[in-house]
Design a protein around this ligand. Structure first.
Ligand SMILES: Nc1nc(=O)c2c([nH]1)NC[C@@H]1CN(c3ccc(C(=O)N[C@@H](CCC(=O)O)C(=O)O)cc3)CN21
Ligand SMILES: O=c1ccn([C@H]2C[C@H](O)[C@@H](COP(=O)(O)O)O2)c(=O)[nH]1
Length: 283
């Protein structure tokens, strides 16, 4: 929690104003942030200085694991986060590849589970990683990449958290996640949960011990219309200790994640938090 607040404060103290064409808003911006989460110790990096809807963050990531390409499927799991980008993003609405209402196109999980090969067929990146790790193999290329520039024109948004690399030392699994662009008040609140969750669940289904997750962010920003709430409200609050993430131990395989898992299989223990803050969202 302290590293999150330190990043927010750093953006306020050292950030530079950058115009963003896509949203038409200015962002106070810093470059390079390194966050670290101790998944082995179950120090769940859930924001405590406002109420955080962690189930929506987990639901969104589970949708990526399942390779979803449709905001309606995300909603069914419990995440409304793709509604705006699928249905209100003007460039995407005018795109000939959009397959109608709620379609997100070839983004995130589609690339993770079905990266199109130029010579036909698809690559399931995630299944290969799960199979290798389950057999104790780290080939130094256990990489899940959502970033496919050849198909950017077929999706509503380029992935922000775009690459996840798993590493094995003995029977301890770690994860390094890369993020090119980060909306710190809204997106990071979710992304921290997702990086932690991804390592925790991958360790669980591969029979390994979770170690640490390393979250590397390039462009970290606060939109101009979020700044006052961050400076005058959220940063004036004192954080509470980290809660713990409880995952149903019956989840034992990628198939389980793909078929029966719902948000009822996740809970938090000891989550003390301040009141919710409704930050503006930019499409
Ligand atoms: N400008 C922008 N920021 C983002 O963080 C972002 C995007 N766009 N586009 C793609 C996804 C969608 N994400 C989102 C979208 C909405 C919320 C959001 O509204 N969060 C609220 C409440 C969530 C709820 O009730 O479930 C929050 O207070 O955290 C968070 C992340 C993250 N990403
Ligand atoms: O997981 C996510 C997804 C998106 N974001 C934020 C970061 C930016 O504010 C926008 C994406 O805009 P780009 O113009 O494509 O950079 O969404 C996030 O923080 N986390």
């Amino acid at each position: 929690m302290n590293q999150y607040l330190a990043l927010c404060q750093r953006i306020i103290d050292e950030g530079q104003w950058v115009e963003n064409k896509r949203t038409g808003k200015r962002c106070l911006t810093v470059i390079n942030a390194d966050l670290e989460y101790d998944v082995g110790a179950n120090e769940f990096p859930l924001i405590t200085t406002r109420k955080s809807f962690y189930k929506a963050a987990i639901a969104e990531f589970l949708g990526y694991i399942r390779g979803y390409d449709n905001a309606a499927d995300f909603r069914k799991l419990g995440a409304k986060t793709w509604d705006a980008n699928a249905n209100e993003n003007s460039a995407w609405l005018a795109n000939e590849h959009r397959k109608g209402s709620d379609d997100m196109g070839r983004v995130y999980g589609v690339q993770g589970r079905a990266w199109a090969k130029p010579d036909g067929g698809f690559v399931d990146q995630l299944k290969k990683i799960v199979d290798n790790l389950s057999n104790g193999i780290d080939d130094r290329g256990e990489i899940l990449s959502f970033y496919n520039p050849g198909e950017f024109h077929m999706g509503c948004l380029r992935p922000c958290m775009h690459t996840h690399t798993f590493s094995l030392l003995g029977d301890t699994l770690s994860l390094t996640s890369y993020q090119r662009s980060c909306d710190v008040p809204l997106g990071l609140n979710f992304n921290q949960v997702q990086v932690f969750f991804f390592l925790a669940i991958m360790a669980q289904i591969t029979g390994l011990k979770p170690g640490k997750a390393y979250h590397k962010i390039v462009n970290a920003h606060i939109y101009e219309d979020q700044l006052e709430l961050m400076r005058e409200v959220q940063l004036k609050r004192k954080p509470y200790p980290s809660p713990k993430l409880i995952i149903n131990p019956e989840i034992k395989s990628l198939k389980d994640l793909e078929t029966w898992v719902t948000m009822d299989d996740f809970s938090v223990e000891g989550y003390q938090h301040h009141e919710a803050i409704a930050y503006p969202f930019s499409v």
